[in-house]
Ligand binder design. Structure first.
Ligand SMILES: Cc1cc2nc3c(=O)[nH]c(=O)nc-3n(C[C@H](O)[C@H](O)[C@H](O)COP(=O)(O)O)c2cc1C
Length: 248
């Protein structure tokens, strides 16, 4: 008997989930001839749906296009470490990441721009659906712009706490002693805004679907947090929905 490593088990589970999802999709397709084609979006997971997915990219026969970009081949280079070294490295990486904390009191000490560039480059190495790389990173250092962002976020966050989140969510947050006041958005030397691109544009100007954009950007954010932790820079992740930004 062979035993599956945890990593392999995870991969197998994902494959199984994918196969079932497709099997379901095929049955649905057979049943529902009448269903509009634009509704078939297997890459939008139910539990990852948000307001951006309410406007599916319209598809019709004329929109089909061949993959036009010829992608440069980057050879895979690989160092195989002895088992002991792998254990040591994984343990050290875990210990480093285990020191990460969401920090809500941040010093205004400046950070070299090269560091910010490097961590964003690291985040940009993330895998993405069909290699669409559906992210935009925006670095904000200007005091006035940071303050404007703080105003937008606080205005929305107050509505979140008072109306949108509901009693249970607000109660669950009590232990963190958070509220809608975010001084750190003024004091932090750098804000990194990460936008997900729900679609892109091909060279011919046609819309290009960004499959699994939400989950791809989330993975990229995870890598960004890890890269910042490698530099022992404090971070605070937060998610901002599009309604507040759309106002601007
Ligand atoms: C998607 C996401 C959204 C978050 N939003 C907020 C937020 O709006 N305000 C905040 O103070 N912390 C926010 N956090 C931080 C969490 O509260 C924090 O990660 C959690 O309490 C665990 O603490 P730790 O990060 O120190 O391990 C968010 C974290 C994630 C992943």
């Amino acid at each position: 008997m062979f035993s599956l490593t945890p990593v392999l088990v995870a991969v197998v589970c994902i494959l199984i989930a994918w196969i079932f999802k497709n099997a379901d999709g095929n049955m649905e397709r057979r049943k529902g001839e009448t269903r509009a084609r634009t509704k078939a979006q297997p890459w939008v997971d139910e539990d990852l749906k948000d307001s951006s997915d309410l406007h599916p990219v319209e598809e019709d026969a004329d929109d089909w296009q061949d993959s036009e970009e010829s992608v440069e081949h980057i050879p895979f280079s690989h160092t195989r470490y002895p088992e002991k070294e792998m254990v040591k490295r994984s343990q050290e990486f875990y210990e480093l990441l285990n020191k990460r904390r969401s920090v809500r009191f941040i010093s205004n000490e400046q950070v070299p721009m090269e560091v910010i560039d490097n961590v964003i480059k690291a985040a940009g190495t993330a895998p993405s659906g069909a290699h669409t790389e559906p992210w935009t990173f925006v670095v904000v250092k200007d005091l006035d712009v940071k303050h404007k962002i703080r105003e937008i976020i606080e205005e929305e966050e107050e509505i979140n706490y008072l109306k949108r989140m509901g009693r249970q969510w607000v109660t669950d947050l009590k232990k963190l002693r958070t509220n809608w006041i975010k001084e750190y958005l003024d004091t932090a030397p750098v804000l990194i805004l990460i936008f997900k691109q729900v679609h892109g544009f091909a060279a011919n100007g046609k819309r290009k679907v960004h499959y699994y954009n939400e989950i791809s950007v989330s993975i990229s954010c995870g890598i960004l947090l890890a890269a910042l932790q490698v530099c022992v820079l404090p971070t605070l992740p937060r998610r901002q929905t599009q309604y507040s930004m759309a106002k601007q």
